[in-house]
Design a protein around this ligand. Structure first.
Ligand code: COA
Length: 258
């Protein structure tokens, strides 16, 4: 049986693929647990400098698994929601950035997984939405919260309350995705940006992710203090000495992640 999550390493970049294409990568317990294990393994590997997350087939992920959810009661639903939140928090706490390459449907839980990526690129075929209200429920993996933080509360309310699907172009206009590419170019473009990020100082990238992630949900003076701590901590690293010396000596920097 093939794995529901595939991982390919290309240098410092990990390409992670949701791989349950016959069910449009619907997120069941098995897939969520495998995804958690994948992020955990990658986070324990300091040679991973950036990741790209995409989906096999015509979907990024068409949501939490409706068949699995259909028989859940209140406590099972809470455990399932907690699992989703745990996986997404694991993505946000990883030491490396995760670029979402949204190749197709990113609906419900699929849109929520995308929202836990650091930023998103989409193919022209991508479709986004929080259609849970069509099923008599609401988003359960952070959609009501992360979507509002990403695109503003009014647009998030529109998506969560209508359940409508939107195109990649509309997602671009509202700032949900950073760029839209023809389907055949999406992964190449995402990999190329991931390689660029992987070429920078790894400790600086990790601090950048951490400070921007943690700073987003605290008052500005606290967030600025987080930044000042991250900034000054980097001055104790070899990479900072190397990066600044390389600039002054007019040569490329050779970062070591130390
Ligand atoms: N959960 C479980 N199974 C799902 C699923 C989901 N969220 N989304 C798709 N699937 C399954 C379908 O049941 C179907 O399985 P089958 O072949 O065994 O019948 C398979 O994936 C293919 O989906 P299908 O609906 O035939 O593809 P489509 O191209 O006609 O439609 C969608 C694509 C995305 C519009 C449609 O699958 C859909 O609306 N999915 C649910 C979206 C949703 O509500 N997500 C939020 C969940 S909280």
């Amino acid at each position: 049986m093939s794995s529901v999550v595939l991982v390919e390493r290309v240098g410092g970049v990990a390409i992670v693929t949701l791989n349950r294409p016959d069910k449009l990568n619907a997120l069941n317990q098995e897939l969520l647990a495998a995804l958690y294990g994948t992020w955990s393994d990658l986070d324990h590997d300091p040679t991973v400098l950036c990741a790209v997350l995409t989906g096999a087939g015509k979907a990024f992920a068409a949501g939490a698994d409706i068949a699995a959810m259909s028989t859940m009661g209140t406590s099972e639903a809470k455990i399932f929601s907690d699992l989703g939140h745990t996986v997404l928090a694991r993505m946000e706490s990883a030491h490396f950035p995760i670029l979402g390459a949204v190749n197709g449907f990113a609906l419900g839980g699929g849109c929520e997984v995308a929202l836990a990526c650091d930023f998103l690129y989409a193919s022209e075929a991508a479709k986004f939405g929080q259609p849970e209200v069509n099923l008599g429920v609401i988003p359960g993996f952070g959609g009501t919260q992360r979507l509002a933080r990403r695109v503003g509360i009014a647009r998030a309310r529109e998506l969560c309350m209508t359940g409508d699907m939107i195109t990649a172009d509309r997602a671009l206009t509202m700032g949900l995705v950073n760029a839209v590419f023809p389907a055949g170019e999406l992964l190449t473009q995402a990999r190329s940006v991931a390689e660029k990020i992987a070429s920078k100082g790894p400790l600086a990238i990790a601090q950048c992710k951490r400070v921007m992630q943690r700073g987003a949900d605290v008052p500005l003076p606290v967030a600025n203090e987080l930044e000042a701590q991250g900034f000054s901590w980097l001055f104790g690293t070899t990479d900072q000495k190397e990066g600044m010396a390389a600039f002054l000596e007019k040569r490329p920097a050779s970062f070591k992640g130390r």
